[in-house]
Design a protein around this ligand. Structure first.
Ligand SMILES: [Zn+2]
Length: 251
């Protein structure tokens, strides 16, 4: 018996020439990193940006509702980079195309606070990956204070090529891994209300509203967030260090 002839070798032009990404697009990827508060998302976002830019690639950083006033990606360990501030009405495809029209390269996007993206904006990111071959690295919280997925997080989990739970371990006060972000209003855990209420856990407090209990007292509400293990989230136990000025002990 005669063995079948070997397959033809690929033609010499098979390997795309460098810089010829339009005719032979290199596959781009949508990667989503997620975790609870304080797990180092922004730090990792800036590290990914650093690694990419060192390879000569040009990136665009996106953020919204960052804890600093100016559009920045800031990390709690002190690193920061200017970022383009977006909101729920921003078409992310237009943000990129507008830069291309000005001759500015955008090889990759870093999207911090990605939990705040709308589902439609995540679809736009996927389109940028598939149609324009822009790599997208998104970083966001997993769940809100009700222990439900944020809308942007849900859509990213549905669409991302690669999903990674950030491995920096955040501990509950009891020492177990912290998984859930509790909203604490005047020293008590709450599980209902607006999804987005930005407070800085480093500063620990934010005046986020006025009491409207019909009493006319009108005192300022003190809101903060605390990462808890699942058991202590369910039981609403904030631990021995949860009290602050003007708060009652939980004993
Ligand atoms: Zn715990």
């Amino acid at each position: 018996m005669t063995p079948p002839p070997p397959p033809d070798p690929p033609p010499a032009t098979w390997v795309p020439a460098s810089g010829d990404r339009r005719r032979h697009p290199a596959p781009a990827h949508l990667v989503f990193f997620h975790g609870p508060m304080d797990c180092g998302k922004s730090t990792l976002a800036l590290q990914v940006d650093h690694n990419q830019s060192r390879q000569g690639r040009s990136g665009l950083l996106l953020t919204q509702g960052d804890r600093s006033a100016a559009p920045m990606i800031t990390s709690r360990i002190g690193m920061q980079r200017p970022a383009h501030e977006i909101d729920a009405g921003t078409d992310l495809r237009l943000v990129v195309r507008e830069r291309w029209a000005r001759g500015i390269r955008v090889d990759y996007l870093i999207a911090d606070e990605a939990q705040f993206l709308t589902a439609g904006q995540v679809d736009q990111l996927a389109e940028l990956v598939d149609e324009s071959h822009v790599d997208v690295y998104a970083f966001g919280l997993t769940t809100d204070f009700r222990a439900r997925l944020f809308p942007g997080t849900q859509r990213l989990l549905e669409l991302a090529d690669d999903v990674q739970r950030i491995q920096v371990e955040v501990l509950c006060w009891c020492g177990l891994p912290g998984l859930l972000n509790a909203r604490v209003v005047d020293g008590a855990i709450v599980r209902e209300g607006r999804t987005v209420l930005v407070a800085d856990t480093a500063a620990d407090t934010a005046v986020a509203g006025r009491k409207d209990d019909g009493s006319g007292a009108g005192g300022a509400l003190t809101v903060r967030y605390q990462v808890l293990c699942r058991g202590h989230y369910v039981r609403g136990q904030l631990g021995p260090t949860a009290t602050g000025p003007g708060q009652l002990a939980l004993s």
